[in-house]
Design a protein. Sequence first.
Length: 315
Amino acid sequence: MTDRTILVMGGAHVDRRGRIAGETAPGASNPGAWFVEAGGGAFNAARNLSRLGHRVRLVSPRGGDSDGDIVAAAAAAAGVEDTPFIFLDRATPSYTAIIERDGNLVIALADMELYRLFSPRRLQQRAMREAIGAAALILTDANLPGETLTAMAEAAKASGVPVAGIAISPAKVVRFRESLSALAFLFMNEAEARTLTGEAPENPTDWPKALRAAGLSAGVVTRGSRGVIAFDEKGAALVIPPDIPALGDVTGAGDSLASGFLSAWTGGATVGEALRHGVAAAAITVRSPLAVAEEMSQAALSDALSLVPEAEILS
């Protein structure tokens, strides 16, 4: 990895997570506690990448409120260069989730209307054109409008800069449809991959074929304990994640996987080795109660990597 900056453009908002204290009782009042922190797929990955030693710049719309201050403070704490579009009369986007005692998600509500104001016109500003041209890598997520993601991919291609994306959700991943062929990688879970392909293969070796047919040349599909698949133009690999004895919270695990993967990939790692780094980063995160583990570092990643099995080459 050179000294050039990783430019992150996407979700940076406030996460509110309510954790149920006992067994979940659907349709009833459940004892528990609230926790508030900065979040957003792109922002979570940005903070992880910064803690892994990369220079990271964040560009995201934000409201002029106390929630915006939470995001700014989190960026500063992680060493991320924070350059938001601030709308003083708007509220910062937020994500509210209910988490079961074991850390799994029950349901979530996303109030993300402000991201609609990150239009393609923003990318035409001189400062943005210069930032794109100077970047080593662009990372974005499906919180942004589809037309903005397409314009971003086109601008990056013109500058010879790779673009990676985070799917966010089955409802939002479709915003990448028009830019799939321009992505260096897209990180998604099986539900998001099914939305793109209309398929649900049981054999992991069939996911790369289905996603390539949809127009994606390289990507990563998480499948829980059944393993994670990564593929590019050269082939595909599968890594089974290690058992995590003390599960903290799955929130942010996919974002940390993306950051660990990209950190290794930008350093020249093969897709299989990059996938091992991604799984190791996710393992650090799920042991933490935070969406971005404060202990994330290259040293912690090296320790976690020793527990991750070698990648199985699929093709």
